[in-house]
Ligand binder design. Structure first.
Ligand code: R5P
Length: 280
């Protein structure tokens, strides 16, 4: 198998290629003066199975077109099988129509990836089951909990309570809690679909004197996690650590979370990150 190193995932692609003892195909990329994206495979891939590794980091829309161009280039140049490996699948939160008139963008992307020529799809901690529904091809959704738990266990957080910010994130919290030998709980969050404002209810579980790990798939503005910390702190946990899979960290997200009272923020390398990372 050859690993095609998408421009947004050059480092991760090298790590994966080393583990697989595969050869890397470097990608030449540029943006034309008018804003259009250009990519070119720098080695032949005819007859080979290829993994195109391209995370959908910001600016997401440009990352998406590069992904589609690379998958298409691989297919057009005779790859035997093309697996699109998208560590962070942007737009996964648009996995249903919340308001009339919206597009289900996660489904649209799935169709585009298929149309570009992918035979299989892989991602890390997809936002939801629904966000993967549009893929008419084999899908592998990798659980980052094992590697995240290793870091948390190094921080002596074994037995910590793992808290999901909303019910939709509870399965992910359960997976992490399993590796940490702790319990998983969920907060109850609702979001106004027009203003984006979050409302979070008080907790109905006990964290007094306990270590708590708040675990979410994505941290964007940090608003969700900050609200969780504020509420949990009223119940006197002994430690609060935040972990996420995909650290988008928009604006002052990091400062907000630290100021709210998180001892540390752990994420993975699915996205370029300003916080402590573990490698998926
Ligand atoms: C939403 O359902 C996601 O799982 C995250 O909770 C959300 O995207 C985090 O966004 P923010 O950091 O802006 O609150």
């Amino acid at each position: 198998m050859r690993v095609i190193a998408g421009p947004t995932s050059t480092v991760l692609s090298r790590r994966v290629a080393e583990l697989l003892h595969s050869r890397i195909v470097d990608v030449e990329s540029k943006v034309f003066p008018d804003g259009e994206s250009y990519v070119r495979l720098t080695a032949p891939i005819r007859g080979e199975g290829v993994a195109v590794i391209q995370t959908l980091s910001r600016p997401q829309d440009a990352s998406i077109i590069q992904l589609l161009q690379l998958v298409s280039a691989a297919e057009e140049h005779g790859a035997m099988k093309v697996t699109a490996v998208v560590p962070y699948f942007a737009y996964a939160r648009q996995d249903k129509r919340f308001l009339e008139g919206e597009a289900v963008t996660a489904g649209l992307l799935a169709r585009l990836i298929k149309e570009a020529g992918a035979d299989a799809f892989m991602t890390v901690d997809a936002h939801s089951v629904d966000s993967m529904k549009g893929f008419d091809m084999p899908v592998t959704n990798i659980d980052a909990s094992p590697v995240i738990s290793e870091k948390l266990l190094e921080m002596k957080l074994n037995g910590a309570s793992v808290v999901a910010p909303d019910v939709g994130a509870l399965d992910r919290a359960r997976s992490l809690a399993g590796f940490m030998k702790g319990e998983a709980f969920s907060m109850r969050k609702s979001r106004d679909r027009t203003t984006g404002k979050i409302v979070m209810a008080d907790v109905d579980f006990d964290v007094a004197g306990k270590s708590v790990v708040i675990f979410d798939d994505v941290i964007s503005t940090g608003g969700t996690v900050t609200e969780c910390i504020k509420i949990l702190r009223r119940h006197n946990p002994s430690r609060i650590v935040v972990a996420c899979v995909h650290a988008l960290m928009v604006g002052k997200a990091l400062d907000r979370i630290v100021a709210a009272g998180s001892e540390e923020i752990i994420s993975t390398d699915t996205l370029p990150s300003t916080v402590k990372t573990v490698s998926v």
